[in-house]
Design a protein around this ligand. Structure first.
Ligand SMILES: [Zn+2]
Ligand SMILES: [Zn+2]
Length: 399
């Protein structure tokens, strides 16, 4: 569906896309504070002449429409980019290094935003090649708090016009530049967190029989939590339970009053997610009770699992094969990270794919969220070509 002419159009705009990405990289902003980023996006969209620009959605979110002029049925496809950066001090020695000290685009959301602007530019100059509507969506805060996706959906971005399908992409420093990876089914986990507070009874370290030691209760809870995975999860399915912090005590001869345990639970399967929460709560409270103390559990549900629609993932796979070549179009192995694009996929069919941005020769090998993370900018043309072709194939009803 994508033509050589459109591929050429994309190659021609790449210097502008790179310049946009560098501008955004130099001016990173944290979640729900993307004021300059959003102003930059709006200015670009206005210059492109897209329709119905709406701003300030969930603080800094932006949507806009591009109407195809080819006769045909009027489906609406949503393309999403996230805009936020991270509280990290950049350690890269590049001319576009972050000017906002302590804040850094260390996950590649600068590339996502500029790739979506680039895709918009190409679609605007090729409106006669598709029917229906493209809804561009620039989202705040993928990394932080409730995430920007859910509040944007709550504020109605999937309606007016009604969105039929949703697509998004993420760069991946683990994979070579230009490789497009997508698969149907779960691709990222649900990410929950917990805090268990064990209440014992403090006392003298020499008289344990007069105290209720919250530390020994906590260690029993922690070891038994491991059985949620080892004894409670179908071996062919995945759950992660990680205790990541424990705090208690202050002196070598004092049994403390309380002990706090914190950690994360990751699952793909909704039933396993419910079960993990239920088992975690029951293990903590019953072990504490059996040992003469009490435990309170504060279980917080984060982003749900990201589950690609099989048919839409196949559409992306075909679009990628055509746009970037068979050797760069690959299946995607699921990971236990989390992504709030999941909320879009809970509401509409769609797919999320990865764009390799690793380049060993350029030293761009650092993982996401690392102070030396960087995106091989050549990867962005592969992302734009794939995204453009996804739109063309979806709206034109490609076989
Ligand atoms: Zn990230
Ligand atoms: Zn990210």
């Amino acid at each position: 569906m994508i033509t050589d002419q459109i591929k050429n159009d994309i190659d021609e705009i790449m210097p502008g896309v790179v310049a946009d990405r560098r501008h955004l990289h130099e001016h990173p902003e944290l979640g729900f504070q993307e004021k300059e980023t959003s102003a930059f996006v709006i200015q670009r969209l206005e210059a492109l002449g897209v329709d119905d620009i709406r701003t300030g959605i969930a603080e800094t979110g932006v949507t806009a429409l591009i109407h195809g002029t080819k006769p045909g049925d009027g489906k609406v496809v949503l393309l999403r980019a996230d805009m936020d950066a991270l509280p990290i001090t950049e350690e890269n020695d590049v001319e576009y290094v972050s000017q906002n000290k302590g804040v850094m685009h260390a996950c590649g959301h600068d590339a996502h935003t500029s790739m979506l602007l680039g895709t918009a530019r190409v679609l605007m100059s090729n409106r006669d090649k598709f029917s229906g509507t493209v809804k561009l969506l620039f989202q705040p805060s993928e990394e932080w708090g409730t995430g920007g996706a859910l509040p944007m959906i709550e504020q109605g971005v999937l309606e007016d016009p009604h969105v039929d399908a949703v697509f998004g992409q993420h760069v991946s420093s683990g994979d070579p530049t230009g490789e497009i990876q997508v698969s149907g089914g779960p691709i990222a986990a649900a990410a929950d967190s917990f805090k268990i507070t064990v209440q014992g009874k403090g006392g003298h370290g020499a008289s344990p029989h007069e105290a209720v030691d919250p530390i020994i209760i906590a260690t029993n809870i922690i070891s038994t939590l491991q059985t949620i995975v080892s004894r409670g999860t179908d071996p062919m399915k995945s759950t992660v339970v990680s205790v990541c912090n424990i705090h208690s005590g202050f002196a070598d001869n004092v049994i403390p009053d309380t002990c706090e345990i914190g950690g994360t639970v990751r699952t793909f399967d909704a039933e396993l997610r419910d079960k993990a929460e239920e088992r975690l709560t029951s293990i903590a409270t019953s072990i504490a009770a059996a040992m003469g103390g009490t435990a309170t559990v504060d279980y917080h549900r984060g982003y749900p699992a990201t589950i690609n629609d099989d048919e839409m993932a196949q559409l992306v796979r075909d679009a990628a094969t055509e746009a970037v070549g068979e050797d760069l179009s690959k299946p995607l192995a699921p990971g236990m990270g989390a992504e709030d694009f999941s909320y879009f996929l809970e509401n509409r069919p769609g797919a999320f794919w990865m764009v390799g941005c690793r380049n060993e020769e350029k030293g761009m090998v650092w993982p996401h969220h690392h102070p030396r993370f960087d995106v091989d900018e050549e990867s962005m043309s592969f992302g734009i070509k794939t995204m453009t072709n996804v739109v063309l194939r979806y709206l034109n009803g490609a076989e």
